[in-house]
Design a protein around this ligand. Structure first.
Ligand code: TYC
Length: 101
């Protein structure tokens, strides 16, 4: 092989997997006041009054509602922060997370 020959190798393109996203889920209960749920959604998830009200009512009527999706760390810290706001105010309000399919 001369100096000018090019060696063709199969390119191994590194495929960077996207991090799996996780859903934050609002769980209904019989005790937390509706207005408090709306306040938490606005403050932790930066949703408007209208979006928050719709999400709260969906959880109220169906039992659960997906609030948003984030990377795992962000989803878990937001779910904890929102659940803690309820606990500090004496409400059983609960947010959980689960990986997206
Ligand atoms: N069900 C509550 C009530 O009637 C309101 C509520 C809605 C609580 C959604 C939690 O995730 C929730 N006061």
């Amino acid at each position: 092989m001369s100096d000018t020959d090019t060696v063709r190798r199969t390119k191994t393109t590194p495929k960077t997997e996207r991090p799996r996203l996780h859903k934050v889920i609002l769980v209904n209960d019989d005790f937390t006041p509706r207005e408090f749920v709306v306040t938490v959604l606005k403050s932790v998830f930066r949703m408007t009054e209208e979006q928050s009200y719709r999400v709260m009512m969906t959880a109220h009527q169906r039992g659960v509602c997906v609030v948003a999706v984030f990377t795992r760390d962000i989803a878990e810290s937001k779910a904890t922060e929102a659940t803690d706001m309820g606990r500090r105010a004496g409400h059983p309000l609960m947010f959980t997370t689960e990986p997206e399919e």
